[in-house]
Design a protein around this ligand. Structure first.
Ligand code: MET
Ligand SMILES: [Zn+2]
Ligand SMILES: [Zn+2]
Length: 421
């Protein structure tokens, strides 16, 4: 491994303080990146120990709720001067996706910083940056002696990357979640390679489907009728022809982003036992992401037709089927959006409003009727989440703290809404 410019002591992690030229917030970020909260066996205990220490440093109480065995949600609370008002949620997940280490320039869990200040590591963009930015913004606001009317909760959840079933999806139904009395939530977004920042007011619905094709078996040397493979081919053709159409619609429609079309990707195929035995069944799986503007009932009818037209006995099963298409208001008259967008405007930030192309825990928050905005303050940054060599520049990271230093007060100072005391 190449030594980075702060010297080798920096790579040891733990409590060792790095070179004095580095901002302590950057050192803390790099320390958090070194925790291996990576699937399939995330070290959630390490994250919880880290967060415990942060809560002590910030002098904030932290509750831990074990929503499922071994799956703990941690919540730090900075009480407002009027705690009866609805609170602000700053949400982040602690888990990260696996890496193909052989394709990385550096150890994906060493948080190496290169000569340009780019910090490499799994989670630099998704979304350990945001976790530390929330913490650092709160630390600085406290140091400046600030207090706000509304209570602020910093929530740290497990399992987002594997669907959130034993994380946010379960926790939003828990009485302790309702006790938080949340009025508005911030969660993750995406980097933007240009000068603007992207904000997300809704998400596409993830549908994960496996289509099962039964067929007549027989010897591999014959023209057997009604084989599983023939049916599988028609199914694949229907799904992938639709994929082509949507891809074309995206490339030919001005101002469309990925969030505005349906993506379909064939991600798994299964079947067969030997070269010369025609199999009696074959399965194919697709990852589909459907924009909130699509009628989901009609979309499923179309899938049914594709299966029916492909031959007899074809069935399908969903592993993931999100039916909630709620979006969050971005009308100027909406008090939350107004506070958010005005604070950004005051910092001369340009915002691009989009539909999130993938899925985040925001979908569970919106599904219970709460407004949520997906936002990770990373401009001038290529979108590298889940990719090899994921990185974030330290200057962009530090600027993000300043962004939250303005956003959090604006949201926590939204005047009482109709119905609030
Ligand atoms: C659909 S579960 C969410 C897992 C991950 N965030 C994704 O969008 O793929
Ligand atoms: Zn994420
Ligand atoms: Zn992710």
């Amino acid at each position: 491994m190449l030594p980075d410019k702060d010297g080798p002591s920096d790579l040891t992690g733990g409590g060792i303080q790095s070179n004095s030229r580095e901002d302590p917030a950057v050192s803390l970020f790099r320390e958090y990146l070194r925790l291996k909260t990576v699937h399939p066996e995330p070290d959630y205990d390490a994250a919880l120990r880290f967060l415990d220490r942060m809560a002590v440093e910030l002098g904030l109480p932290m509750q831990k709720v074990e929503v499922c065995p071994g799956k703990v949600v941690a919540i730090m609370t900075w009480e407002g001067t009027n705690p009866s008002l609805k609170s602000i949620l700053l949400n982040s997940h602690t888990d990260v996706v696996p890496v193909y280490q052989e394709h990385w320039k550096y150890d994906a869990f060493a948080a190496v910083k290169d000569g340009e200040g780019n910090i490499y590591g799994r989670g630099t963009q998704d979304m350990k940056c945001v976790t530390i930015q929330y913490i650092e913004a709160v630390r600085r606001l406290q140091a400046a002696g600030k207090r706000f009317a509304r209570t602020i909760h910093l929530m740290f959840v497990p399992d987002e990357e594997i669907g959130g079933h034993e994380g946010m999806e379960t926790f939003v139904k828990h009485p302790k979640f309702l006790n938080l009395n949340i009025g508005f939530a911030l969660d993750e977004g995406l980097a933007n390679p240009a000068e603007a920042f992207t904000v997300f007011y809704g998400e596409r619905s993830p549908w994960w489907i496996t289509v099962h094709c039964p067929g007549s078996p027989g010897h591999g040397s014959r023209f057997v009728e009604n084989t599983a493979a023939e049916k599988l081919r028609r199914v694949i053709n229907s799904f992938l022809d639709f994929r082509e159409k949507e891809k074309h619609r995206l490339s030919t429609t001005e101002c469309f982003t990925l969030g505005d079309v349906t993506t379909v990707n064939m991600t798994m195929v299964k079947g067969g036992v030997a070269y010369n035995v025609i199999p009696c069944e074959m399965d194919v799986s697709f990852d589909m992401r459907i924009p909130p503007t699509v009628n989901l009932q009609e979309f499923e009818e179309q899938i049914k037709r594709w299966c029916k037209e492909a031959g007899e006995g074809i069935t399908y099963k969903f592993a993931q089927k999100n039916m909630n298409q709620s979006t969050t208001s971005t009308e100027e008259s909406d008090p939350w959006w107004n506070a958010f967008s005005s604070a950004c405007k005051a910092m001369n930030m340009t915002l691009n409003k989009e539909i999130f192309p993938a899925a985040t825990d925001s979908r569970f928050i919106r599904a219970i009727g709460l407004p949520a905005i997906g936002f990770s303050p990373m401009n001038r940054t290529p979108i590298l989440l889940h990719d090899h060599n994921e990185y974030l520049n330290e200057q962009v990271f530090l600027r993000g703290i300043q962004v939250y230093e303005r956003l959090v007060p604006a949201l926590a100072s939204v005047p009482p809404l109709p119905g609030e005391v």
